[in-house]
Ligand binder design. Structure first.
Ligand code: PHE
Length: 361
């Protein structure tokens, strides 16, 4: 009789589990059929009163039924939690989809691309040079000998000399070898893109026109207009009869294309060891067109950067004969240009990694 009762419980359980509609009901059924107060457990308690043989048979049956019911409950629970209930979900197909966010170019990269497009359309080549540079290409060849005060214009990040690196424990074996001689070329992070002037001229002969955009480094404290790491772009045009008029024309063309409006150029006397004569140059204010406003502090002009006619000493350092060629060069900050174009008030935004800034471009 116990056996029949167990089989009956099993059938009831199978039917009930089949009909269960949610996880709560499953939990209820578990208690009802297998819980401490269930008929099933009641039957097991009666086992002590039956013969040894029946005890064994009923015991085995009870065990397999228990496992069967448990598995069934488990499976049903799984199917209920994974079932998609369209009725309950109530999908509104008219709701606009979530916007997919796509990556895009950094504002500085965009500016650089734009600059490169404008200059290549004017027949310029794009040149490149190393950011980790030697003293010769960053200073000496640009007419700045070792003790020249002009070097103080640009605070430099010097890199560890090779011999210091050789003194680290892993290189201790080399130490003996290196102590007596000082053949190291001093290495630094380039302080301007003017190193590319030398790098390019070492390998090419005039006439040519190039620009060289790139990252540069200066060991100085940051504020809203200064960063230790920023970008410049250099221009260098060399030929037999290049003059200041060519510079003004090319600069004016470029800035008018870049700001998509008529731009005037103004030059003021200045000093750079690698140019003679040297000048600072300004462009007419891009906000008020020269009338005077808060962006240009009522001056009507915005300072852009340094320029000049290439000093003959620079040509000589690059391997050209003195007096044979004329050229102009300039260099200015790309961040500043981007800030003017997009009206950005703090240079530190560019490298902040702040997505609220980046996403605006
Ligand atoms: N290299 C100069 C600077 O970084 C800019 C410059 C470039 C000036 C070329 C004249 C000619 O300040």
């Amino acid at each position: 009789m116990l056996k029949e009762k167990i089989v009956k419980i099993k059938q009831e359980a199978l039917g009930a589990v089949e009909k269960a509609k949610n996880v709560e009901e499953i939990l209820q059924l578990e208690i009802q059929f297998l819980g401490r107060k269930s008929d099933f457990v009641g039957i097991l308690r009666q086992l002590k009163d039956v013969s040894a043989e029946e005890k064994r048979e009923v015991g085995q049956l009870a065990n397999s039924v228990k496992v069967e019911i448990q598995t069934l409950l488990e499976e049903k629970k799984k199917s209920l939690t994974s079932t998609f209930d369209a009725q309950a979900e109530k999908i509104d197909v008219t709701i606009p989809a979530l916007k997919m966010r796509q990556g895009h170019l950094h504002p500085l990269t965009k500016i650089q691309n734009e600059i490169e497009d404008i200059f290549t359309s004017m027949g310029f080549e794009i040149a490149d040079g190393p950011e980790v540079e030697d003293e010769f290409h960053n200073f000496d060849a640009l007419n700045m000998p070792k003790d020249h005060p002009a070097r103080d214009m640009q605070d430099t990040f010097w890199l560890k000399p090779q011999s210091d690196i050789a003194k680290t424990p892993t290189n201790a074996a080399n130490k003996q070898h290196d102590t007596n001689k000082n053949t190291d070329a001093r290495i630094l992070l380039r302080t301007h893109t003017s190193n590319v002037q030398i790098r390019y001229m070492e390998k090419h002969q005039p006439p040519f026109r190039i620009i060289a955009p790139g990252r540069i480094y200066r060991n100085e404290a940051g504020d809203s207009t200064h960063e230790h790491t920023f970008h410049q772009f250099e221009a260098l045009v060399v030929g037999d009869e290049i003059n200041v008029g060519n510079f003004k024309f090319i600069a004016q063309e470029f800035f008018s294309k870049f700001f998509k409006k008529e731009i005037q150029i103004r030059i003021r006397p200045s000093f750079f060891p690698f140019t003679e004569p040297s000048f600072e140059f300004d462009i007419s204010c891009t906000v008020c067109d020269g009338k005077g406003c808060s962006a240009c502090k009522q001056a009507g002009w915005l300072e852009i950067g340094g320029a000049g006619m290439v000093n003959q000493n620079v040509f000589v350092a690059a391997g050209y004969p003195s007096g044979k060629y004329q050229g102009f060069a300039w260099g200015f900050g790309m961040e500043r240009l981007a800030m003017m174009k997009y009206k950005i008030d703090d240079i530190r935004h560019f490298h902040s990694g702040d997505l609220r800034f980046i996403k605006q471009f």
